[in-house]
Ligand binder design. Structure first.
Ligand code: FE2
Length: 624
């Protein structure tokens, strides 16, 4: 095993950072105490003297740019910029998303009292500079890249202000993991909770343990860059020929197809220290020395297997590497949750950060620890940072104030735009689409359920769009889960993506126990972020949504938050006796989820979907 302190590269783990702490004992434990509060910084003209009513949250300039608007403590709108710009994971400034949020609330930019940004750019610049210093020799291209990154972050305040145009109020920079933590806690139904944030990296922290309650959000300890579970998983993702910050869940899915393999190799890459902390064998990673290189050649040497070229055939060995990386991540998450439980003993747990999208690790770690209930923010990636920054600022500025009342027992993710029947009809007329409109909703449910039962694939477009990467019945592609062949058909003919990718079932909330082993009663199944075993006797009933290892990633559907989706699944149950449908996001591979009726119609026409249902309109490719 390589000693992480024996090489110049690992000296990074012993650098001081901007708060003057000596970052020692990497080998014994990678946990650090967080720097003292506050975890936000104001940039003029003046800091707010009074608690703001209207806060705009922004995430931008990295990936998944997003805007969220909080009014009186409630998130009234949130949407990723890529839904409008159609650039997947758009990294720009979310101008269209901001315009939508304001329009939705009937407000103007001048009405916003505070803009909260999802990270602290000075700390990020500090990390970039120190990383470069620790890396030592670097290519001119890398040096230029680092210089550009430092400069941009130092000047980000000006860039943001100029992008915001007429807004002249204060800016509040909220630390990245605090934004993630707030996105989970303040959207959860819990009065108090333990919290875990895990992602690639924000400023310095890559993993944060915290506690939240009436006192606000209190950070307990953190693991700092360059040791990162998210970057570990991203390196494996790139090595296996997939796209980082995008395709990590393919690795998770691929892992289910292998017998145990490469355990010793992966244990060398990601060391678990027994106290919940972890460290990477930095010699085999490149994120801390060359930001343009997604993984280091020493990673391939370790596995004795060349990196897979994107699109090349998936060999047995690739499945094995994915299996080992996924199991190791699960072990690491268990260690973190054990540590968090020991420190807090809070029965409720909240999670966010890109790694919290790993629904398999969520399940394994939650079931193995004493936590009783869990909420994972559906917008767990950096898009959710916009929600979190706004919620944090509302609750913590100028001082911690009483939590806003929770309006519903469940967080409502339907925070995006909605287009009414007139707009949909105008779009269909303009496109010359074959369509008819059902008289009432029950008629629509029955007609669509019949199409699904016949084996047709249906685009389902209803109401306000979901925030976050999962389609939850507002912008979904649906099919019957009862025919095994639907999995291949939807992957290859509809979404044009790899055949191994599993699909998730959407199930009537009160019937979920009939099909799935639910584990702890408060397990989180409402947003497709948690994997559970399919009951052995149910596997033949829903073969298209059972993964190779006998699990599924269900979404419980409720009549109050998704009335039309619920109505449709009820109708499907009446026809087939199965209270679930196959649900996948309404997009093609590599594209953002559809937003407007035009996006939906074009995606429908481009793929081999059989029907498109928008509001009560049914669109087909031939005369109805
Ligand atoms: Fe993040």
């Amino acid at each position: 095993m390589t000693d992480p302190q024996a090489t110049p590269l690992s000296a990074l783990g012993r650098r001081t950072h901007s708060h003057g702490r000596f970052r020692a004992e990497v080998q014994a434990s990678a946990f650090r105490p967080p720097h003292p509060a506050p975890h936000h910084r104001f940039a003029g003209p003046a800091r707010p003297a009074q608690a703001p009513r209207v806060v705009l949250g922004v995430s931008a300039y990295y990936h998944d740019a997003c805007a969220a608007l909080v009014v009186d403590g409630q998130v009234v709108a949130a949407v990723q910029e890529d839904r409008f710009s159609r650039k997947n994971h758009d990294a720009g400034f979310p101008a269209q998303a901001i315009a939508f949020c304001l329009q939705q609330a009937g407000l103007r930019l001048a009405d916003v009292e505070l803009v909260a940004f999802y990270e602290e750019p000075f700390l990020k610049a500090d990390r970039l500079a120190q990383t470069a210093r620790a890396a030592g020799a670097m290519s001119a291209a890398t040096a230029t890249d680092v210089a550009r990154g430092v400069r941009r972050n130092v000047l980000l305040q000006e860039e943001l202000r100029s992008a915001l145009g007429e807004y002249a109020g204060p800016l509040c920079f909220v630390e990245h993991h605090v934004s993630h933590a707030a996105s989970a806690f303040y959207a959860s139904p819990f009065e108090r909770a333990a919290g875990l944030v895990v992602d690639g990296v924000g400023e310095w922290a890559t993993t944060t343990l915290l506690r939240a309650g009436p006192q606000g959000i209190e950070l307990l300890e953190q693991v700092d860059y360059p040791h990162s579970l998210g970057l570990f998983y991203s390196a494996i993702t790139a090595y296996l020929g997939f796209k980082i910050n995008s395709d990590e869940y393919k690795v998770m899915a691929l892992g289910a197809f292998s017998a145990p393999a490469y355990e010793a190799e992966v244990a060398r890459l990601l060391r678990l220290h027994g106290d919940g902390s972890f460290s990477l064998d930095l010699e085999r990673f490149s994120h801390h020395r060359d930001r343009k290189q997604a993984f280091h050649p020493a990673l391939a040497e370790l596995f004795g297997l060349p990196a897979r070229a994107p699109g090349a055939a998936l060999e047995h060995a690739h499945h094995g590497v994915a299996w080992a990386a996924q199991r190791r991540l699960e072990e690491a998450m268990q260690g973190l949750l054990r540590r968090l439980w020991a420190r807090t003993e809070e029965p409720a747990l909240v999670m966010a950060g890109g790694v919290a999208l790993n629904s398999v690790a969520n399940h394994v770690a939650f079931e193995a620890t004493p936590f009783e209930s869990l909420f994972v923010q559906p917008a767990a990636t950096d898009a959710g940072g916009a929600l979190g920054a706004a919620l944090y600022a509302w609750h913590h500025v100028p001082e911690v104030r009483t939590r806003a009342p929770i309006p519903a027992p469940r967080f409502d993710p339907y925070l995006g735009p909605e287009y009414g029947p007139e707009v949909i009809e105008a779009c269909l007329e303009e496109e010359g689409a074959e369509h008819r409109r059902c008289e009432g909703w029950p008629e629509l449910y029955a007609a669509v359920a019949a199409l699904l039962a016949e084996g047709k694939v249906v685009g389902w477009y209803q109401g306000r769009m979901e925030v976050g990467p999962r389609a939850l019945g507002a912008r979904s592609i649906l099919a019957t889960p009862c025919r095994a062949e639907m999995q291949t058909l939807v992957n290859e003919k509809i979404k044009f993506r790899e055949g191994f990718r599993p699909f998730a079932p959407a199930v009537l909330a009160d019937r979920a126990g009939e099909l799935f082993e639910l584990g702890k009663p408060a397990c989180p199944l409402d947003y497709m972020l948690f994997v559970v075993p399919v009951r052995p006797e149910a596997r033949d009933r829903i073969p298209a949504v059972v993964h190779a290892d006998g699990t599924a990633r269900p979404q419980r559907v409720y009549a109050d938050t998704s009335p039309h989706f619920f109505g449709l699944i009820e109708a499907f149950d009446r026809l087939t006796g199965v209270p679930a449908v196959l649900n996948t996001s309404f997009n093609l591979a590599g594209e953002p989820i559809v937003c407007t009726p035009q996006d939906a119609f074009r995606t429908f026409m481009y793929s081999e979907m059989d029907a498109l249902v928008m509001e009560r309109f049914i669109v087909t490719k031939e005369a109805p």
